[in-house]
Design a protein around this ligand. Structure first.
Ligand code: UDP
Length: 317
């Protein structure tokens, strides 16, 4: 198949690109490298089935030739990124989604939207099934991401209903693994980087807020399975094991053997108190279940961060 992956140089986009190329498909990676990193796909440039286009999908997209799939992953996704890049985030999820849907329509291609558990906001229903409409503050700092992803879902459904586009929507819950940038600002990358450099581990709030953490290969498997079924409504893909942020800090400290102290900082505005996916739909529809537990996923991720930090200190010297 010929596949366009927007945001293909990002953390998740690059893992998906690896997988699609390994399956023998042709992939065009489109990325403006604002939060993506060319290093994530540098190992693919010699592959004749992979092409990189440096482009901001908020601008008109001109693709030559046929396409079977358009997969839209371009967007800042870390809270610090979408707070800093608030308008860019809203544009990529509105204008960028419109443009990518337009490409899919013009090419009669299928379309997959990367959505997010943030559409549930600070949820009042726990765990969160796809049928829950969420509890989002539209004018709070996270609104730029949450609302624009909600808009992207609505626009995707409109293209499906109005133009008969064959669409998919994946609601991605917290994900981690190699290539999650060290300075990404998310909890797993922060804690590992802090623990490995013996700096204080920063818990925001009192650490009782919860998340669940899926290893990136589990997510990629879920996305691939979703591409194979004709189902147009959103599907949650996430790990169903809930941890407090304080538990995560202790586990990372233990696995890294770090002496870092744990310190407490103020909780960001509208930070969700509990988040956990109800994955009944993914189980029934895709026969999908995550298979990497937090302990083993963190071990692999820590090993990658150790290598990255060693490389960057060699370069710095
Ligand atoms: N968090 C934390 N310390 C950090 C970074 C994040 O305690 O150094 C908390 C954050 O406040 C949130 C949770 O960890 O409650 C997950 O944050 P993340 O930025 O990874 O993503 P979110 O799930 O909020 O989108």
């Amino acid at each position: 198949m010929k596949i366009l992956v927007t945001g293909g140089a990002g953390f998740i986009g690059s893992h998906l690109t690896d997988r699609l190329l390994a399956e023998g498909h042709h992939v065009t990676v489109m990325d403006n490298l604002v939060t993506g990193n060319y290093q994530n796909i540098a190992h693919l440039v010699s592959n004749p089935r992979c092409e990189f286009i440096h482009h901001n999908v908020c601008n008109h997209i001109h693709m030559i030739g046929e396409l079977d799939w358009v997969i839209h992953f371009a967007s800042p996704a870390s809270p610090i990124d979408y707070l800093n890049l608030s308008i860019e985030t809203m544009k990529v999820n509105s204008l960028g989604t419109h443009n990518t849907l337009g490409v899919a329509r013009a090419k009669s291609a299928k379309y997959l939207l990367a959505s997010t558990s943030e559409v549930y906001g600070d949820p009042q229903v726990h765990p969160q099934p796809e049928t829950y409409w969420g509890n989002v503050n539209p004018i709070g700092p996270r609104g730029v991401y949450d609302e624009s992803k909600r808009f992207a879902e609505a626009l995707t459904m409109a293209y499906h209903h109005k133009h008969g586009l064959d669409t998919r929507i994946v609601r991605i819950f917290n994900c981690y693994g190699p290539r999650l940038r060290i300075n990404d600002g998310r909890v797993v990358s922060n804690f590992i980087a802090q623990a490995l450099s013996q700096k204080a581990i920063t818990i925001y709030g009192d650490g009782t807020q919860t998340r669940s953490f899926q290893y990136v290969s589990d997510l990629i498997e879920g996305i691939r399975l979703l591409m194979e079924v004709e189902h147009h409504l959103p599907v949650n893909i996430g790990n169903p094991e809930e941890f407090t942020v304080a538990e995560l800090a202790r586990l990372i400290k233990e696995l890294t053997g770090s002496d870092s102290e744990i310190i407490y900082r103020s909780l960001p505005v509208d930070d969700p108190k509990r988040r956990l996916p109800d994955i009944s739909k993914a189980k029934a529809l895709l026969n999908w279940m995550p298979c990497i537990d937090l302990h083993s996923g963190l071990e692999k991720t820590i090993a990658w961060y150790q290598e990255e930090l060693a490389c960057s200190s060699t370069v710095a010297r």
